[in-house]
Design a protein around this ligand. Structure first.
Ligand code: F6R
Length: 365
């Protein structure tokens, strides 16, 4: 059942070319730079009337929500709030008839996420569920939905569901943006980039042994810092969460520039710092943050996309990933971070599929 893999988590990481394909199947219309989502249950008029969006979720699903926020605000120009479901449900949230509340949950059963959705409905919002498990409670109670079609996720640490969530958010964003103001050229560019993802993820997986070697170097670290900016700030959060939950190494994700307001005090020659530094709109800014780490003798692992002059001599280790549009980069950048967490945890003798104190679906508040 693990398909020849030693753990479900590794199997699920390696399934991603296929699961991403499944999330997109029949939904991307390349020529029109548009997407088709059959389950939204919203007319074109209702979609166009949306004037604010709240996305609510927990854990890894909350990280994909943060990426969704950036995508929707960038392309649709609609204000988006992201809320932990456990906070949203108790904070007297502001909902208007034109507020869309997007609920993201792999299991569709997370107690706080379900309660947040019920609260949003009670206040008159329309709800849209991005759910993996077919027929789960959230999928049954939402007003409309986008199934991830990633297949059963058994490993407690979410991997393939996360990348499918980001794709589902991109599909929704592209549809809404094209209905509103996004030109066909840009739409096509994003659709094209989406369709290229499975092959690009495969090309990263083909080099998993490089990450395995990296894991050897760092398996005894006590702390890790993960840095990124823009779309890859949530990638940094997700990378840190993966490592802490399965290897029990303390890790923090931070927006790279915010580090100098506190966490920089932690950096010494024992501190591995994973920097997500693709060639995107904030690349130059990230380079100066890498410099700040290097000046304090941190050991820098760079996730990069190009041979960059400005990074020369600043990285102790480098892992190169393919390029894509900025909004989809977290999908590619997350894969080596999933592998890094996995291999470190295995080398430390941890039970990666069933980490201590964790359950696959958190059905208590
Ligand atoms: C982390 C992880 C959890 C879940 C969270 C929400 O790897 O799996 O943080 O993401 O418990 O679960 P769902 O998405 O099922 O609502």
């Amino acid at each position: 059942e693990r398909g020849g893999f030693p753990h479900f988590m590794l199997k699920e990481i390696f399934e991603q070319p296929q699961t991403l394909e499944n999330t997109m199947r029949g939904r991307v219309i390349l020529e029109e730079g548009f997407t088709k989502l059959g389950g939204l249950n919203l007319t074109k008029e209702q979609l166009l009337a949306i004037d604010s969006i709240t996305i609510t979720a927990c854990g890894t699903s909350w990280h994909s929500a943060l990426i969704g926020e950036m995508m929707i605000e960038e392309l649709c120009r609609i204000p988006v709030e992201v809320e932990y479901a456990s906070e949203y449900r108790y904070r007297n949230p502001i909902v208007s008839p034109n507020t869309l509340v997007i609920v993201i949950s792999q299991s569709g059963e997370t107690a706080d996420t379900l309660a947040a959705m019920r609260e949003a409905k009670r206040r008159g919002a329309r709800t849209l569920g991005l759910v993996n498990v077919v027929g789960s409670t959230i999928a049954r109670e939402d007003d409309g939905g986008v199934y991830l079609h990633a297949g059963p996720e058994i490993g407690v640490a979410s991997t393939k569901a996360f990348t499918s969530q980001v794709v589902a958010l991109a599909l929704f964003t592209l549809k809404l943006a094209r209905l509103r103001n996004l030109g066909i050229e840009r739409g096509r560019e994003i659709a094209q980039a989406l369709l290229r993802l499975p092959g690009q993820v495969q090309s990263i997986l083909d080099r998993a042994d490089e990450i395995q070697e990296l894991a050897d170097q760092f398996k005894n670290a006590h702390n890790f810092l993960y840095l990124g900016r823009g779309y890859n700030f949530p990638t940094a959060l997700e990378g840190a969460l993966k490592l802490k939950e399965i290897s029990y190494i303390h890790a923090e994700g931070y927006p790279a520039a915010e580090m100098k307001h506190g966490p920089i005090a932690l950096i010494d020659d024992l501190m591995p710092v994973v920097v997500v530094a693709p060639h995107d709109s904030v690349f130059d800014k990230v380079v100066s943050n890498v410099q700040e780490v290097k000046a304090r003798k941190g050991r820098v692992i760079g996730i990069t996309t190009r041979d960059e002059e400005s990074l020369a001599g600043k990285l102790d280790y480098e892992f190169r990933i393919p390029e894509t549009v900025d909004m989809l980069m977290p999908i590619l950048a997350s894969v080596p971070l999933q592998l890094l967490a996995y291999y470190i945890a295995v080398k430390r003798g941890c039970n990666v599929d069933q980490p201590r104190n964790l359950a696959k679906s958190v059905t208590v508040e």
